[in-house]
Ligand binder design. Structure first.
Ligand code: GLY
Length: 596
């Protein structure tokens, strides 16, 4: 069975059962506490909590998706048999009040454990044809806070006939999932295994975990399932590991053709990392030293490091990028922008090579002198030549790397950031532009007044977009000049004229109300808990200012991490108008707004 057949069968199965097919959200999520999308449920968080109504948006309480995901906690393990950083995750979801929970119900109402388990079992055994004898399952065994999942146990055992010995019971670590990020829906899980390999994780979102770890019962329980696509394909194709599937095998084979003699580990690193890099660049991530940009940089540089380490002279990347584009372009059109993606990788390569040239010389001179490389030297090499920690570690002989600790390196990193922030503030204290925050620029007092009005309008716009379009809206960028504000945000499609008008109306209503604008300072962690909006791409200091529009912080219409400046009352803004709404990228829209 090919991976494409499996993809199709999955969607058909859940469509027949009343699910709306939701497109994958971008890899950059609308959740500032996570850098990249790590699970299919992330784009649906606000449907689980009841903040948004799925019927309005999907026409069904049931959705299904195959989500682009990224998990970097194991990046150093990539190269073994099982780890991937980028992967796709299949899932089916139920939000809102539970209906019949009868697996025969083909309607659009909410469902729970019975339907989720029956359908999971039916898809694997009935549709994919896996012999039921190969199946085992697991359930949550209960602890002091959350009771044992008796219902799932009974469904597996009494209704589906799985014998007691084939139902495992486990604790929080293995049979409880979520939340993603700081807080969110979570709950006990029941997993489905084929030949002992876990393929499907059915999560029963009965709780909301707050940032202080407190569990609160959700008003309506939800279903969130996740099945790693590559792993399922491996099981179905009898492959020994994910690199032997029809998804990755062609890439790995080509790597070996281009660079015969490469170690298996390096070939796998190339295969995983090139695919991951293509997907990141396609979702508008660019190499940098921060956030998602740093993850991309690490992927590219790790491949380049292995090229040096294993003495590969051909340039593998352009061809591999094109291969990935062809393979996935039909499903994710962005990845077919091979020329642009190659250009990004090439640019990073030339930076890296320049850096490596000098950095490696310096590293060599240390090595010759027998100098031990510690975190401080590693940071110096990183800061001066851009050599990433991981690469330094891979290039330094073990006997010189005994004192090389990631913690010390990171400690140096943090120290450096503090110093550079202080420098930044001093720099803008002087002449030329009277204001340059990066986001706002003004050359004289009149301009300052104008950009300040536009700035507060931008906060109102951000919140209004979320009111009208929902949780997928997250800030992707913002730039304010005297003429206009330009706000980029994640959203999958063009806005309708009604939506644009709705957004304008909300902003103008808040302006008419002449609400006070003020700020409060608080610790970053606390500020995050208040739900204040912030720009995930920025690294904020420990203590942040949160600007809010409204009579009090708790009753504020908009709350946002921000350094200002802002008007004192929204009435000062004048009339706000959306001048243009357009696409900047797949999944990213841009609004230009003006004040009059
Ligand atoms: N959200 C379910 C999972 O990632 O397994």
């Amino acid at each position: 069975m090919t991976s494409e057949q499996i993809r199709k069968l999955f969607f058909e199965f859940f469509k027949e059962r009343g699910h709306a097919i939701a497109p994958s959200s971008p890899l950059i999520p609308d959740d500032p506490s996570v850098l990249l999308t790590t699970a299919g449920m992330q784009q649906f968080k606000r449907y689980f909590t009841g903040e948004l109504n799925p019927i309005n948006d999907f026409g069904s309480q049931r959705t299904t998706s195959i989500q682009k995901c990224f998990r970097t906690s194991d990046i150093e393990e990539v190269g073994d048999e099982t780890h991937l950083t980028f992967f796709e995750m299949m899932g089916n979801f139920s939000f809102g009040p539970v209906g019949t929970d009868d697996p025969k119900d083909r309607g659009v109402g909410g469902y729970f454990k019975r339907s989720a388990i029956y359908w999971g079992y039916e898809f694997i055994t009935g549709v994919l044809g896996v012999d039921p004898k190969r199946i085992t399952a697991s359930i949550f065994k209960g602890d002091t806070e959350v009771p044992r999942d008796e219902i799932s146990y009974r469904i597996w055992n009494e209704e589906l006939g799985l014998p007691e010995g084939r139902i495992m019971e486990s604790d929080r670590k293995d049979n409880f999932w979520g939340p993603t990020g700081n807080e969110g829906p979570c709950g006990p899980t029941s997993e489905i295994y084929v030949d002992g390999v876990e393929v499907w994780n059915l999560v029963f979102n009965e709780y909301y975990q707050h940032a202080d770890k407190r569990l609160e019962k959700l008003e309506s329980p939800g279903v969130d399932t996740g099945m790693g696509f590559e792993r399922l394909v491996a099981v179905m194709q009898g492959a020994r590991n994910v690199f032997e599937t029809d998804l990755l095998r062609p890439v790995t084979d080509r790597v070996y053709e281009l660079a015969p003699g490469l170690s298996e580990r390096a070939a796998r690193i190339f295969t995983d990392h090139v695919r991951a890099a293509v997907f990141l660049v396609a979702d508008w991530v660019r190499p940098s030293n921060k956030g998602a940009g740093y993850i991309l940089r690490r992927h590219i540089r790790r491949m380049l490091a292995y090229k040096i380490k294993e003495d590969v002279h051909v340039d593998l990347l352009p061809e591999l990028v094109e291969m990935v584009g062809k393979k996935y372009g039909g499903i994710y059109p962005g990845v077919s922008r091979s020329e642009e993606i190659i250009a990004v990788l090439e640019d990073e390569r030339s930076r890296f090579e320049k850096a490596v040239g000098q950095g490696i010389l310096e590293l060599e001179s240390y090595k010759e002198k027998g100098k031990k490389i510690d975190g401080q030297i590693a940071f110096h090499l990183y800061e001066t030549f851009g050599l990433p920690f991981e690469l330094i570690k891979e290039l330094v002989p073990k006997e010189l790397a005994k004192d090389l600790s990631k913690e010390e390196f990171e400690g140096e990193f943090v120290k450096h950031q503090e110093v550079s922030r202080a420098g930044q503030e001093r720099k803008f204290g002087g002449h030329g532009l009277i204001l340059d925050t990066g986001e706002l620029k003004a050359g004289n007092p009149e301009e300052l007044q104008k950009v300040t009005r536009l700035h507060t309008a931008t906060h109102l716009l951000h919140q209004a977009l979320r009111d009208v379009l929902g949780m997928t809206v997250g800030q992707m960028g913002s730039d304010i000049t005297v003429e206009r504000t330009r706000f980029d945000f994640s959203f999958p499609r063009k806005l309708t004229p009604e939506e644009v008008r709705g957004v304008e109306e909300i902003v103008n209503k808040k302006i008419k109300e002449d609400l006070p604008v003020s700020y409060t300072e608080m610790l970053k962690g606390e500020a995050e808990k208040t739900g204040a909006l912030h720009f995930f791409k920025l690294k904020y200091p420990e203590k942040v200012k949160v600007y809010f529009v409204g009579k009090s912080f708790d009753a504020a219409y908009s709350k946002e991490f921000c350094g200002g400046p802002h008007v004192t009352h929204t009435g000062e803004i004048g009339k706000f108008r959306v001048a243009k709404e357009e696409a900047v990228a797949a999944g990213v829209r841009r609004i230009r707004g003006v004040v009059e």
